[in-house]
Design a protein around this ligand. Structure first.
Ligand code: XIL
Length: 322
């Protein structure tokens, strides 16, 4: 097949997410993965609460199913995410032991996971969403910061680099375009990592009408000027940021505005230098499977395929951005 998004986007990978249950169910979901995408991410099964449910007991079975599917079908895998405050198992949140024991437990976790997936996973989000949204200290006061100190992000990147010198290492966070303050904090954090980091993952949870083109461009420019890879990650484009609980379908106006925003994002990404290119990843295939429905609790249609797997105008927008 030479007509999918992955074929159209000649200079970067096109990614999406999946779940082990979707892989085992097969059907149209797996067909679309094969037709359209060449970079696969686990939606939640390669996070710490799933991979390391209790101390000394690793569980890679769900992640393995996704990685095997990707390998069999010639797709790359982007590992997401080693350290994330929102997917930390309770035994880690309530760790009983010294700070030194906590840190060596984290080193063991990162080392074990990267060695397990060595040669099978091309890239990892080492730390996800370390930055605070508000004012005050730029770092969220997560259990990792509390136990390992303000340089915990760098420590985690060093553990990952030691475990696998070949894998690409990313820092991933949200609101990189919409908040200039957070973007600056992110670039400061990244600058402290020196050559331990290969790339920046800018989560693209955006809306049909914001953030502005120039602020999205600023994320790309800052990444390119640092000589790093750019991952436009977790792309979904809300059509109901007004949070209207009664809207029952995607209007033609919103569909068209969403299409334009998809086009804009792809266009900005496609224009960066080849050396900085990596992947553009959508956070889901079908509208009705999007995490945003639960997260915001209102109807929305944020992806490129409708619930019947039909291509939306957004899909055409992606192609037109190339
Ligand atoms: C979300 C998944 O989509 C959900 O299924 C899961 O319950 C929670 O995590 N930012 C991230 C992603 O980095 O890992 C999140 O994914 C969405 C927000």
């Amino acid at each position: 097949n030479t007509t999918g998004l992955k074929d159209a986007a000649k200079t970067f990978s096109v990614g999406t997410i999946t779940r082990s249950s979707y892989i085992s169910a097969g059907g149209r979901h797996t067909e679309i993965l094969k037709e359209e995408f060449n970079n696969l991410t686990s939606e939640y099964e390669m996070k710490m609460n799933v991979m390391y449910p209790s101390q000394g007991n690793y569980n890679f079975s769900a992640g393995d199913a996704i990685v095997n599917f990707a390998q069999v079908n010639g797709m790359n895998v982007h590992g997401h995410a080693l350290i994330w405050h929102n997917a930390t198992p309770s035994w880690v949140e309530n760790f009983s032991g010294t700070n030194a024991e906590f840190e060596s437990m984290i080193e063991d976790y990162i080392t074990t996971t990267l060695k397990h997936y060595k040669g099978k996973v091309r890239s990892w989000d080492v730390v996800n969403e370390a930055l605070e949204d508000g004012s005050g200290h730029p770092l969220r006061n997560s259990i990792f910061r509390q136990k390992m100190g303000d340089n915990y992000v760098k420590k985690c990147f060093q553990f990952a680099r030691n475990a696998d010198p070949d894998v690409m290492l990313f820092y991933n966070d949200y609101n990189m375009a919409s908040s200039a303050t957070k973007r600056k904090a992110m670039f400061n954090l990244v600058d402290e990592l020196g050559d331990l980091i290969d790339g920046i993952g800018a989560q693209m949870h955006i809306s049909y009408n914001r953030p502005s083109t120039s602020s999205i461009q600023a994320v790309a420019d800052g990444t390119v000027s640092r000589g790093l890879k750019l991952h436009f990650a977790e792309l979904d484009i809300r059509t109901n940021p007004e949070k209207d609980a009664n809207v029952s379908e995607l209007s033609a106006t919103k569909a068209s505005a969403q299409k334009d925003k998809f086009k804009e994002v792809v266009k900005i990404y496609n224009a960066i230098p080849l050396d900085n290119k990596f992947a553009l990843t959508t956070w889901g295939v079908r509208d009705n499977e999007s995490w945003l429905l639960d997260f915001w609790g209102v109807p929305d249609w944020p992806l490129m395929f409708d619930e019947n797997y039909n291509k939306k105008a957004a899909y055409e927008g992606f192609l037109e951005g190339l």
